[in-house]
Each structure stands twice: as structure tokens, then as C-alpha cells.
Ligand binder design. Sequence first.
Ligand SMILES: NC(=O)c1ccc[n+]([C@@H]2O[C@H](COP(=O)([O-])OP(=O)(O)OC[C@H]3O[C@@H](n4cnc5c(N)ncnc54)[C@H](O)[C@@H]3O)[C@@H](O)[C@H]2O)c1
Length: 345
Amino acid sequence: MTQRTILITGASGEIGHGLISRLSGTPGVRLIAMDLRDVPESIQGKVESAHQGDICDRAFVEHVMSLHRVNEVMHLAALLSTSAERAPEQAHEVNVQGTFNLMRTAAEQAQAYGDPIRFVFPSTIAIYGVEPREKDTIPPVREFQALRPITMYGANKLYCEALGRYYGRYYRSLTRGDRRPPLDFRCLRLPGIISAETVPVGGTSDYVPEMIHAAARGEPCTCFVRAETSLPWMMMPECVDAILQLAEAPVLSRCVYNVASFSATAGTFADAVRRHFPGAEIRFEPNEGRQSLVDTWPADVDCVRAREDWGFTTRWTLDEAMTEYIVPAVRARYGSTTPPEGAAS
Ligand SMILES: NC(=O)c1ccc[n+]([C@@H]2O[C@H](COP(=O)([O-])OP(=O)(O)OC[C@H]3O[C@@H](n4cnc5c(N)ncnc54)[C@H](O)[C@@H]3O)[C@@H](O)[C@H]2O)c1
């Protein structure tokens, strides 16, 4: 069996938790975790080695990668959209320079070992910039359309997609001869992700997970966008499925793919949450700044390429996700006493 030694950056974050929990114990897989924050004990127990440090520190990145002879990178570490908009210069350092450090180090090691390193990169719907007045009427956006991000985060991610394509396809094209490019770069443009296990911080799609977790804790929630605001979504288990499906797919003809499960408005989610948690207090108080960012993100994305090229599939509609994933998991987490939908009948 081929040994996979996977470096997961941003391991202490939301997707890091989901990914490591799923991959841990897989035969032939060694997991190496990296994060600026302390890697929690629950995660440390699931990985071979955990390293606390900054991806902007190139010496640190080189040290960790060479120590473990990594042959796959899942690069999750980033400053998310709202955090990035509050500290754009720092976001550029982390999201661009940090990503460059990882790609460059991976490329050098791939050349030294004579084998390309697979590099999986979660990008985002924030790389799109649709006209707000057309957002709800245009067809689901395809990968090559509306590439006009208005945020530092979106600009950073779009550039890093291009950097990954360069290392994966065109690296040193004038002098490389017939040697393969050093990275096998694969990228998913993720929609808003909803996890029942973790609460997000610093994203601009956090309003849906915030209303779910608040309702399960019996706390009121203020939604920072208008009720009619629509975005594409995906549940955390589906996000982990998609990352792994893409990482494990055979040779691909493209490197960037949209993925999403369904599109829904904030109001639709609020109604679904109220059905399952009848006492839920959800108020809509749009924050103009955050609203203006979401207004440029597409209401829906076209995932045909991902379905055709590597068999991307999803598990749930919104209602199924509430019933089969979110509600049981948040009740288990918070021990909510609110009766489930239809429990009285
Ligand atoms: N969660 C979503 O809805 C969503 C949507 C689209 C794309 N993404 C992308 O998926 C990836 C993971 O997202 P997430 O939701 O797990 O984010 P998160 O904020 O929960 O986790 C990010 C992790 O990166 C770490 N980090 C930040 N700066 C670092 C640095 N300089 N060095 C090392 N580690 C650093 C943080 O400590 C954090 O643990 C990100 O690249 C994000 O852009 C997420």
C-alpha cells in the first residue's frame, strides 16, 4: 500500500477538525498537523505529530516538511473573509505569503525526491464578484465567470489558485525540459460550510452556523445579513467528503472546481431552525459592511465539472441536513431539551 504522509495546515480550525477526525486511523495514512494556535488534545491524539507555528515563517515550514518527508499537503490555514477585511495586510501575509512558502517548499522537496507532491487547496466563493443587482437572477456561476473579488480574502485566494496552477502545470516551463511539474495542485471553491461540531469565527457566511448553535444553546441570535440573502452551502461532512474525493481522484484535466450542496436564503435557514427549535429567537439586523460583501458572492455555483471529472456527490438537501445531521449533532453537543419537530404528535 502506498504510504500517504499528509501535512494538514490550519489543523486547529473547523475544517481541520472535520478532516483529521475522518482521516485518523486510515491504513497507510500518517497525519502531520500544523497551526498557529495550540493543536487541541482531541486532535493531537489523532495525528502522528503536531507542530505549532506560523506558515509565514519559511524556516518553520521547511523544517516540518523535511522532518516528515510529506508527500501530500492539505493547506487549510488562512485568515477568513471578515478577519481578512479587518486586517488586510496581515491577511495578505498569511493567505498569500504563507501559501507561497508552502508551495515553494513543497515544490523544492518534490524536486529533491523526484516525485510531485499533491497539494490540496480550499478556495472560496469569495473569489467571485457578481453584480449585486444580478445576484439572484443569473444562472449558477461557472468556474471561469465573474472573477472579480472585492475583498482582500477573495483576491488572495484567486491569486493562490493561479500560483497553484503555475506550480502544477507551468513551473519553469522554459528550462524544465521533460521533467514533471513539482506539484499536483487541486483546488475546490468551497461555499459556506456548516458544522454541527464547531462554531466558526471570522467568516462572512458565519450567520447560518451562528443561528443554529445559538438556537441549540437556547440563546437569541442576531443575523447580520438580510433574510432574503442567498448563498450556496454545504455541510461539514460533505465538505470533508469533497476534499477527500478530490485528493484521491486520479489524474485530472483541470485544477479548480466549484462544489456546493444547495443554495438557500438566510430566512429559509431561520425558518428551518425555528421548526426544530420552536423557542429560537432569530432577529435580522443587517450589518451594511458584511452585507455588501455577501451581495457580491453568487447565490449559486455550477458544479458540473466536479461531478463529471471526479464524481463529486452531495448527501443532503437543506431539510435532510437539518434532520439527519445538524439537529441530532447539536442536541448531542449542547444537550438541548427543546422537543424535536413533531415530537408532541
Ligand atoms: N469555513 C468556511 O465556510 C469556508 C468556506 C470557504 C473556504 N474556506 C477555506 O477553508 C480553509 C479552512 O477554513 P476553516 O473554516 O477551517 O477556517 P478556521 O478559521 O476555522 O481555521 C483556520 C486555521 O488556520 C490557522 N492559521 C491562521 N493563520 C495561520 C498562520 N499564520 N499559520 C498557521 N496557521 C494559521 C488558524 O489558527 C485556524 O486554526 C481556509 O483556507 C478557508 O479559506 C472555508
